[in-house]
Design a protein around this ligand. Structure first.
Ligand code: ASN
Ligand code: ZN
Ligand code: CA
Length: 333
């Protein structure tokens, strides 16, 4: 009987119709991605422990685009894991979260109306709640990329999840999650510098976080200050997210994929962006070769400067842009 890797169809809630890599075993198909380390996607069916059941059926079309079909969230999660895998592989040459070619696994339909998603390094697994009213699963691309990037951080710099290093840990997930979203190039979930714009956690259509001006969420900080280490890590991430936006796109106003941005600087001086691709290379090189568990904002600055110097030279426009972007969020020399 036939056994092997297949291209199935996913009818997702957030990303339209996508190709899913599945596995066929005789007359049965499962959400097992044999092209990406064997990543599997499970249905917890509102439980909150174990793995539940591996998504399995006798045809290779998954979900119907709405949350009334249990496989829809499975399709979104399986797709999110695939684009995250491909982003790390094709952008940085990283093969999986541990860079050992081994896939993780995803669990969807966790709990009841659970409005969160989380990576757990101890099970090496990804979990998604169904969101408000069980209607908005937390399976959007940027959330998937954010959460699985916590796994990359845990297996590289291992930034402590409190104080300034915690803010850098969170920002790394927002930055890489945004990288994944742009990489996916999906016409239903286009790339932006907003976090969680698809999952409507606030109930008014607004995103969770804004990278061009983090304070737009009402809690995140735009710039570093002494004492920012005492702030929740999802808000002390602000200066680093803002740095990344400035480094990528520059200061001032800009429209990208139909979204308007207006990024100010702390010093009032302009920053000329170097593009997201180079900014991602600098951040990733710092994360994986410069930083440690206790790196703070000052250390993030020196680490990204060292990375930019190695990649582009210390006389380069890229190196100067890193200096200017950190100055723009009040992280000085
Ligand atoms: N969704 C939250 C986050 O990634 C959950 C957590 O792990 N703190 O920040
Ligand atoms: Zn996070
Ligand atoms: Ca986004």
């Amino acid at each position: 009987e036939y056994q092997g890797i297949k291209n199935g169809i996913g009818n997702t809630q957030y990303s339209g119709q996508v190709t899913l890599t599945t596995t066929q075993s005789g007359s049965n198909f499962t959400l097992t991605d044999g092209a990406r380390g064997g990543h599997k996607t499970y249905n917890l069916n509102h439980g909150s422990s174990g793995t539940g059941t591996l998504f399995s059926q006798t045809n290779d079309t998954w979900g119907n685009g709405t949350n009334s079909n249990a496989a829809t969230a499975g399709a979104d999660a399986h797709y999110g894991a695939a684009v995250t895998w491909d982003f790390y592989k094709n952008t940085f040459g990283r093969s999986g979260i541990k860079n050992n070619g081994v896939g993780a696994y995803s669990r969807v339909h966790y709990g009841n109306a659970y409005v969160n998603a989380f990576w757990d390094d101890s099970c090496f697994c990804m979990t998604y709640g169904d969101g408000t009213g069980n209607a908005k699963p937390l399976t959007a691309i940027d959330v998937a990329g954010h959460e699985m990037s916590h796994g990359v951080t845990a297996n590289t710099a291992n930034l402590n999840y409190s104080g300034e290093s915690g803010g850098l840990n969170e920002a790394t997930s927002d930055i890489m999650g945004t990288g994944v979203e742009f990489y996916a190039n999906n016409s239903s979930d286009v790339g932006d510098y907003l976090i969680g714009e698809k999952i409507d956690i606030n109930g008014d259509g607004s995103p969770l976080r804004y990278m061009d001006k983090p304070s737009k969420d009402g809690a995140s900080k735009d710039s570093w200050y002494s004492g920012i280490g005492g702030v929740d890590v999802h808000y002390s991430s602000g200066p680093a997210n803002h740095f990344f936006y400035l480094l990528s796109e520059g200061s001032g106003t800009k429209v990208i994929n139909g979204v308007s941005y207006n990024s100010p600087t702390a010093d009032g001086l302009p920053v000329t962006g170097i593009g997201r691709d180079k900014a991602l290379q600098i951040w990733y090189r710092a994360l994986t070769t410069k930083w440690t568990s206790t790196t703070n904002y000052a250390g993030a600055r020196t680490g990204t400067l060292a990375a930019a110097g190695e990649l582009y030279g210390t006389s380069s426009a890229e190196y100067k842009a890193v200096q200017d972007a950190w100055a723009g969020v009040a992280v000085g020399s």
